[in-house]
Design a protein around this ligand. Structure first.
Ligand SMILES: Cc1ncc(COP(=O)(O)O)c(C=O)c1O
Length: 395
């Protein structure tokens, strides 16, 4: 017997809300944090060093610099890249606001450029057309964990000598052409927010192979100060500030949590892949319901499972979201395009209607729940809820 969706008068499929994302914390993580609390450092200490080394090794780069969030990591990466007043930084409008902060928080101008609607990431041809003599860099984002067109974007960067900062906040643990996502030049940024692929509560990381960038990032993160033994040999306390730095230090407590999470990275990836596979199978042939693109030359860690619904599904995105919420299924939309936000409109003159591919994608976007804590019953609930909506609109 077919069930009536809660939105149209039936009972919700679940009593408790299933979030679109969630952390996964076991006793292993709890013990690691408690142990770190008993250590000598509860601010940045040797455990942060170890966490950075493990991430650098995993990604296959020379340096990893931990910061307080993906947002501060993007800001520092933009600063280290030398973005500043008068510079234009090309980035995607289909992202979280913090991607653009690599430009704005260094007084540079974010130049939004349309996406390739299939990948939902920056279109290299559109980027090429936007480059001017003021363009200083690119900040592409690996939407949902699937890599942007890395080869195409690096080609444009090479043609114009641009610095590239990959916003890889969704993409930790994935690979492209057999190489870890994040290993591509010049810098990549990860987030360790609780909904991300691994978490430290709050936290972020910049990874790079460039020694000078890494040194600059380390200084900026910690007040832009360093010991100056050369000119102050007999004054071992003598630190110098060379500019206005920040306190974006992370703590050994967070790093202990992060290290314990890294031990579970494969498990997380496997479960996320399984959820995505179940959805792919269940939703393969539904009119007006576009499943995420097949991974292109990559083995992504699925961060989001973002589908697109259109009217031929039977209802539009808004009704779909409300119907899923009525089932206690916490779907979400990633993201309201950046040029819709008052900040970017008022400060930089953007307006709706400027980026048609981004807006077309946004129109139908919905992220279904996807995280490593989901059990088979949770996946079944999402599938049943969608199928009963399909039936409701078809019968
Ligand atoms: C694409 C993207 N960039 C940047 C960020 C910022 O990361 P955080 O929340 O760690 O500051 C996020 C996460 O929310 C994100 O999804």
């Amino acid at each position: 017997m077919s069930r009536t969706p809660a939105h149209y008068g039936g009972e919700p499929i679940r009593d408790e809300v299933l979030g679109y994302g969630s952390q996964s914390i076991t006793d292993r993580e709890k013990d690691a944090v408690v142990e770190a609390l008993a250590g000598d450092y509860i601010t940045r200490g040797p455990t942060v060093d170890e966490f950075e080394e493990r991430v650098a090794e995993l990604v296959g780069v020379d340096h990893a610099v931990a910061t307080t969030s993906g947002t501060t990591a993007l800001q520092l990466a933009g600063d280290a890249a030398g973005f500043g007043p008068g510079d234009e930084v090309i980035t995607t409008p289909l992202t979280f606001v913090a991607t653009a902060y690599a430009a704005t928080h260094n007084d540079a101008t974010p130049v939004f450029t349309d996406v390739d609607p299939h990948r939902r990431t920056l279109d290299p041809d559109a980027v090429r057309e936007q480059v001017t003599e003021d363009t200083a860099g690119l900040v592409p984002m690996h939407y949902a964990g699937h890599p942007a067109d890395i080869e195409g974007l690096l080609e444009v960067a090479d043609e114009h000598d641009l610095t590239v900062i990959w916003d890889a906040c969704h993409a930790f643990g994935g690979s492209w052409r057999g190489e870890a996502i994040g290993a591509q030049r010049d810098m990549a940024v990860f987030s360790f927010h609780p909904v991300k692929n691994v978490t430290t509560g709050e936290g972020g990381m910049v990874v790079t192979d460039d020694d000078e960038l890494a040194q600059r990032l380390r200084r900026l993160r910690s007040f832009d100060m360093d010991y100056d033994p050369d000119s102050h040999e007999d004054e071992p306390w003598y630190q110098v500030a060379e500019g206005p730095g920040y306190n974006y230090n992370v703590t050994d407590l967070q790093a202990a949590l992060g290290l314990a999470q890294l031990d579970r990275l494969e498990e997380f990836k496997r479960r996320r892949d399984e959820v995505a596979e179940r959805y792919d199978e269940a939703f393969a042939e539904i009119d007006g319901f576009r499943t995420p693109p097949e991974p292109l030359e990559s083995d992504p860690t699925y961060h989001l499972y973002a589908i697109e619904v259109d009217e031929s599904f039977g209802c539009g995105r808004q009704e779909f979201v409300n119907a899923m919420h009525d089932e206690n299924i916490g779907v979400q939309v990633h993201y309201v395009p950046l040029h819709f936000h008052p900040y970017f409109q008022e400060e930089f003159g953007y307006e709706r209607g400027q980026f048609s591919a981004t807006e077309d994608v946004y129109e139908g976007l919905v992220s279904l729940p996807l995280h490593a804590e989901m059990n088979d019953g949770d996946i079944d609930d999402v599938i049943t809820a969608v199928r009963s909506l399909v039936r409701h609109h078809r019968e």
